[in-house]
Design a protein around this ligand. Sequence first.
Ligand SMILES: NC(=O)c1ccc[n+]([C@@H]2O[C@H](COP(=O)([O-])OP(=O)(O)OC[C@H]3O[C@@H](n4cnc5c(N)ncnc54)[C@H](OP(=O)(O)O)[C@@H]3O)[C@@H](O)[C@H]2O)c1
Length: 260
Amino acid sequence: MRITLITGASSGLGREYTRLAAEQGDFDQIWVIARRDDRLRELASSLEADIRPVALDLTKPDNIEALKALLLQAAELDDDFCIGLLVNAAGFGKFGTCDDMTQAEVDAMIDLNCRALVDLTQLALPYMAKGSRIIQIASSAAFQPLQGLAVYAASKSFVLSYTRALRRELPHRGIYVTAVCPTWVKTEFIKVARDTKNGTTVQHPWPQISAERVARWSMFVNRCNYPVATCGVIAFLMRVFCKVIPAPVIMWIWEGLRRI
Ligand SMILES: NC(=O)c1ccc[n+]([C@@H]2O[C@H](COP(=O)([O-])OP(=O)(O)OC[C@H]3O[C@@H](n4cnc5c(N)ncnc54)[C@H](OP(=O)(O)O)[C@@H]3O)[C@@H](O)[C@H]2O)c1
């Protein structure tokens, strides 16, 4: 059995990757992971594919162990068990400065965006074969430090750096690895980001592109085995400018943008 594993599938980008995977029909089963079980079941019943909802809070190390056990069990039952695609889309950010953030908020951001993403990758790799693919959702926030989104942007820099290095560790295995770095996307992300002590630290996250566009383009980029998918002109320009313009200048521009 060849499966795909998609985290953050109850909403936004993860849900869109699930729809796309179901549409493309390359896999025998799609495992979808998030906390909201009802949403996962709803998604499963709306698609014509074999979808297995796995409701887990990925910030909890016990749940990572539970997933490890499920994978082991599946592999024991089927000699041909293989993970064809891993999409690490679970993640969140909170708007606010260090004075606004609680310790629980910053810890959960790091736990989910960084630790869980690496853990899922490590869990999946032993079950991957030549031609398997990994899509890690970073963000254009990865390209520079962003005050008012400091921990989130740092967590996404981690994802981008980790993913680029991982690619170089895997060529002998024929596994394609891509980091996805879009700007704002129309999902529940902004609602979650504002739900904090000072959610207007970033006034108007704009412009926003569709989750479908990000999923389709990044799937294509990943199939081409390209390291980074920016998914839009603005994110592409940010990527280029952040390489040539010093970070203090970028942060000064951002200071203006986040207040507009
Ligand atoms: N939207 C943007 O503007 C944007 C831009 C660049 C990058 N991104 C990145 O894209 C990824 C997907 O975000 P999105 O825009 O699709 O936002 P979203 O609609 O809020 O989706 C986030 C997903 O993560 C899951 N999740 C949150 N906490 C979790 C936990 N503790 N354990 C397991 N799953 C958890 C959520 O499901 P449950 O709540 O059901 O657990 C949900 O399915 C994130 O990594 C985000 O940083 C987003």
